[in-house]
Design a protein around this ligand. Sequence first.
Ligand SMILES: Nc1nc2c(ncn2[C@@H]2O[C@H](COP(=O)(O)OP(=O)(O)OP(=O)(O)O)[C@@H](O)[C@H]2O)c(=O)[nH]1
Ligand SMILES: [Mg+2]
Length: 168
Amino acid sequence: MPLVRYRKVVILGYRSVGKTSLAHQFIDGEFLECYDPTVESTYNKMLMLGKDEFHLQLVDTAGQDEYTILPHSFTIGIHGYVLVYSVTSLKSFQVVKSLHSKLYESRGKTSRQVKTDEGRKLADSWGAVFLESSAKENQMTQGVFTRIIEEIDRVDNSYGEQRGCILM
Ligand SMILES: Nc1nc2c(ncn2[C@@H]2O[C@H](COP(=O)(O)OP(=O)(O)OP(=O)(O)O)[C@@H](O)[C@H]2O)c(=O)[nH]1
Ligand SMILES: [Mg+2]
């Protein structure tokens, strides 16, 4: 069974630029004429891209401006951002530039010291399965534990009675 990969994406941008409309068009396939300012909402969608299955968590935010301090929940454990501006608002275009700078700065502060690839190489050298996860991400964490159970089962089936121990 292929592992479902979890992706958390945050939509940012000045107010009333169409963040919710984009999310709604993507999730429900329709355009909303009405305007109802967002506080914050999260949409979940499973999608297949080629052979890969993804669980997307899409966070639609309240509009920001250049003075907004981005909360940690928007900067930690996020895989990607969609920065939205409106072609009819120069102000909203300035705001995406300011948001980009803030995100860039906050990236520097999260001090990763071990690259994903280094982890993978170490696991490879042990002949172990490698998955990188954060306890903040439910889906990947589920993946770690379902994978170890699958691996134990796989080895059990291939060696019959001989019992081993699986390392991840
Ligand atoms: N013409 C046009 N109108 C749009 C488009 N996208 C959104 N709108 C309209 O713009 C208004 C605001 O759209 P929202 O999607 O609610 O904007 P938002 O960025 O989520 O706003 P906040 O939640 O307040 O930050 C709504 O009336 C939408 O119908 C678009 O691509 N074209
Ligand atoms: Mg909105």
